[in-house]
Design a protein around this ligand. Structure first.
Ligand code: ADP
Length: 826
């Protein structure tokens, strides 16, 4: 062996690790004496535990240690590595070391630039210190060699296997342990060696290593190691879990970033640029240019800012964009100037509509007032009431035109949900503003003529009260800051001119009705319809169907035939439809080269429109017993309805059928009571009421009917049935009856009278108090109908049953057969 001085030379640094390890093996094992003792120099180890058979580099700083190593090398001897209990002690004495050390070989010393030395050492075997022989110039001890079993018993094998499994797991989880370490460990058969090898491979702390070194019992050492390994696996698994979670988060956002970047590149490639930023810039420009109220602008700008901070694919982007679009597209302060020329307005209204005097006058008054006092802010709220097809909507359009305002229309029919009026909050998916704001957007100006159709068809239920939302819309005190749930900004509706339409006033909530000025639109009589058809409907249908060049004309009789036999309505909607049908049929004949007459005559109507659609049953009827014509009011205008009464043997019951409502049934009861109380005067045998059943029926049983106005009709029919006196067929009647036979006024008189006229009745019996309602009746109707006001039931009976007719006491058997034969003949 060469002198250690040689090793300090530079070139020796180049020795490879394996060369240096080989050298270590050449250093001999000390043979123990007969007592199993060896004597050797001590190499004190701070911070380091070298296990038997393990190779480790060490630093030698202390002078005494260097001497000990040099001496041992010179003699080709091993040293005993003794671990200090406390690493900080510089001159350790006997008590400062662990009682167990490792005999080890020290390889060549290498001098370090800072004056210290390093060497490679390899542990050989555990030794137990017996005594310290001397302490200068270096420590020397006598120690007993610890012998360990070469093979494992069953229990130890199990411990070894479990340690190996755990170690395998550690190697998989901990990247700092080389994979070969497990392979190496599997090939170790000596239990103590395996324990030491594993202890070295793990990055254990100083104390743990010390205690493992001290464990001379191999099985105990393996047990301790198993525990340490299990803990290590636990910690490593936890670490791994955390790591993979973090990793997957990072992976996801990296992936998204990557994809987005790719998309941007693709868009650039396609010349689409960055659509998102372009869009945002576009919105910003529009917002700057738009004439918005401050509050709206502020909100829109804030939303835009939010938009800019969002990734383009965020789901909220669309929602915010739509919201800003809504703000931009609403007419906040875009007024159209009003045309307040009364003459011009009058002309427009006359040009488009026949009649409707009251409505036209009211509009002209409004325009006149506005032209005198342009600043007068308040807009009237008109409510057009009348059956369908009488021109409510089209008059609204004309008013808008004559005022120079935009026309917007929304139907409230069947609206149950307040949100339909006021919108949904933006937190709902797919939320939109309500119908009011939507219609304002469509109108495009902030002062349109806004028609709210079918305001009588609003419903209230658990979804909220749309009528109260409508109140806010129509209330001049509130509607300058109308709030829509979606918009969440006050919107000024105070410049809007609202016109509502309804078929009946009855079902409009009264607070709403209070705010409106009601203008009634009556139905038309035949003459008026004829006039409207000639002046407006025919020219319009000819134009709409493009048949101008055929120079079509409709003869008055032809139009009359359509009115009578093909339509049955208060308005003219169906009439217009039938006229349109004829125009199209003629156009087709012309196109097909067929012959046709350009003057449409009455007898050609059937050819165009098919067989007659509407029959006037009254025309065929004869005077009958127990059948009286009642005049009824429906949303479609007036209607005539027969009331039938049959008297049958029974127990004195009263049966009422035909979908009669409660009020109507009660009024039937009242009629009967009246009749009973007057039985003597009416010459009705009182017994009849106990022996007979009375059945009152109103045909068309599928249509619900209600109201008190059929009272006198039912009374008349019952009396006729009980007395066997027929009712004059041309008489129609309406009126409420009291128990005393007085007659009370009812509603819808004009519509009812018009219906009677339409149906060709000659006489109409009305409560006297209703006479005032007749002022607006067309003259023709008035002159063609005999309208008789009545106060008492006696008057009615005289008109309907005849003054001089003999009043016979009823003879039930005979009566019955008569009724039955009548039923059969019907
Ligand atoms: P409503 O709104 O009352 O249901 P519309 O306004 O829709 O009825 O009227 C139906 C059709 O009848 C329209 O084409 C309208 O022009 C026409 N019309 C109704 N009344 C008149 C009238 N007095 N003069 C001219 N045309 C009328």
């Amino acid at each position: 062996m060469s002198h250690p001085k040689d090793w300090t030379e530079e070139e020796n640094f180049d020795l490879t690790l394996s060369q240096r390890t080989e050298e270590l093996y050449r250093i001999a094992n000390r043979e123990p004496d007969a007592n199993g003792m060896i004597e050797a120099a001590v190499l004190p180890l701070r911070d380091l535990v070298v296990f038997p058979r393990m190779v480790s580099p060490i630093f030698i700083g202390r002078e005494s240690s260097l001497l000990a190593v040099e001496e041992a090398q010179r003699k080709g001897q091993t040293v005993i590595g003794l671990t200090q209990r406390d690493a900080d002690i510089d001159n350790p004495g006997a008590e400062d070391f662990l009682p167990v050390g490792v005999e080890m070989a020290v390889g060549r010393l290498l001098a370090m630039p800072d004056g210290s030395h390093s060497a490679l050492v390899q542990g050989r075997r555990r030794v137990e210190i017996v005594e310290f022989i001397r302490s200068v110039p270096y420590l020397k001890v006598r120690a007993r060699v610890v012998s360990e079993p070469q093979t494992a018993d069953r229990q130890t094998s199990a411990l070894m296997r479990s340690a190996l499994d755990l170690f395998d797991r550690c190697v998989q989880l901990d990247r700092s342990i080389p994979e070969e370490a497990h392979l190496f460990a599997m090939n170790i058969s000596e239990p103590g060696w395996l324990a030491d090898m594993l202890a070295t491979s793990l990055s254990l702390n100083y104390e743990a290593k010390q205690s493992l070194l001290m464990l001379l019992d191999v099985r105990g050492r393996l047990q301790a190691l198993n525990k340490i390994l299990a803990q290590e696996v636990d910690v490593l698994e936890l670490e791994d879990e955390i790591h993979s979670k973090v990793q997957s988060e990072v992976d996801k956002s990296q992936r998204e970033f990557y994809l987005r970047e790719q998309m941007r590149q693709i868009q650039n490639e396609l010349g689409e640029g960055d659509i998102f930023t372009r869009d945002a810039n576009d919105l910003k420009k529009r917002l700057d240019a738009a004439n918005l109220p401050d509050e709206a602008k502020l909100v829109a700008m804030k939303e835009l800012e939010r938009l800019n901070q969002m990734p383009p694919m965020a789901p909220e982007v669309g929602i915010i964009r739509t919201y800003i679009d809504w703000i931009l597209e609403l007419p906040w302060s875009n007024f159209s100037p009003d045309n307040l020329d009364v003459k011009n307005a009058g002309k427009t209204l006359e040009r488009d509509h026949y009649g409707l005097k009251k409505a036209k006058e009211r509009i002209l008054e409004y325009i006149a007032v506005r032209s005198l006092k342009p600043k007068k802010e308040r807009q009237p709220i008109l409510c057009f009431v009348g059956p369908p097809g009488v021109g409510k909507t089209s008059l609204g359009r004309s008013i808008a035109e004559s005022l120079g305002r935009k026309f917007a229309r929304v139907s409230l029919g069947g609206v149950r949900d307040e949100a339909e009026i006021r919108g949904h909050r933006r937190t709902y998916i797919g939320a939109l503003p309500g119908r009011i704001i939507q219609t304002m957007k469509r109108a495009g100006t902030s002062n349109p003529l806004f028609m709210l159709d079918e305001i009588d068809k609003l419903y209230s239920d658990f979804r909220g009260d749309p009528a109260s939302a409508m109140l806010e819309v129509l209330d001049p005190e509130q509607n300058n800051t109308f709030s829509d749930h979606y918009l969440e900004l006050p919107f000024d509706l105070s410049k809007v001119m609202f016109v509502t339409t309804a078929n009946s006033l009855g079902s409009i909530p009264s607070p709403l009705l209070d705010r409106m000025e009601v203008i009634e639109f009556p139905g038309y009589i035949e003459e008026e319809k004829l006039e409207i058809a000639n002046r407006y409907l025919i020219p319009r249908q000819i134009e709409e169907n493009g048949v101008e060049e055929l120079s079509l004309t409709f003869e008055p009789d032809a139009v009359r035939k359509i009115i009578r036999e093909y339509t049955y309505e208060a308005g003219v909607r169906n009439l217009e439809r039938e006229l349109g049908k004829i125009c199209r049929k003629v156009a087709r004949m012309k196109a097909e080269g067929k012959k046709f007459e350009s003057a449409i005559k009455a007898d050609a109507i059937e050819k165009y429109l098919g067989p007659q659609q509407v029959f006037q049953p009254e025309a065929e009827r004869t005077d009958e017993v127990g059948v009286v014509t009642s005049l009824a009011w429906t949303e479609n205008g007036g209607e005539i309805m027969p009331v039938e009464v049959a008297v049958l043997e029974g127990k004195g019951g009263l049966q009422m059928t035909g979908q009669m409502g409660d009020v109507m049934q009660e009024s039937g009861q009242a009629a009967l009571t009246y009749i009973k109380s007057r039985a003597e005067e009416l010459k009705i045998d009182f017994e009849v009421f106990e022996r007979m059943d009375i059945h009152v029926h109103m045909p068309e049983g599928a249509i619900p009917k209600d109201g008190p106005s059929a009272g006198i009709t039912m009374a008349t029919a019952i009396i006729s049935a009980l007395t066997g006196r027929p009712v004059f067929k041309h008489v129609g009647m309406t009126g409420e009856i009291t128990l005393r036979g007085r007659i009370l006024p009812i509603g819808g008189v004009r519509e009812k009278v018009l219906a009677a006229h339409r149906a060709g009745l000659k006489t109409v019996i009305l409560p006297e108090k209703n006479l005032k309602d007749l002022t607006e009746l067309p003259k023709t109707a008035k002159s063609e109908l005999k309208i008789i006001p009545v106060k008492h039931m006696d008057d009615v009976l005289q008109i309907a049953l005849g003054k001089d007719a003999v009043i016979e006491p009823p003879r039930p058997k005979k009566q019955n057969t008569k009724e039955e034969s009548q039923e059969e003949s019907e």
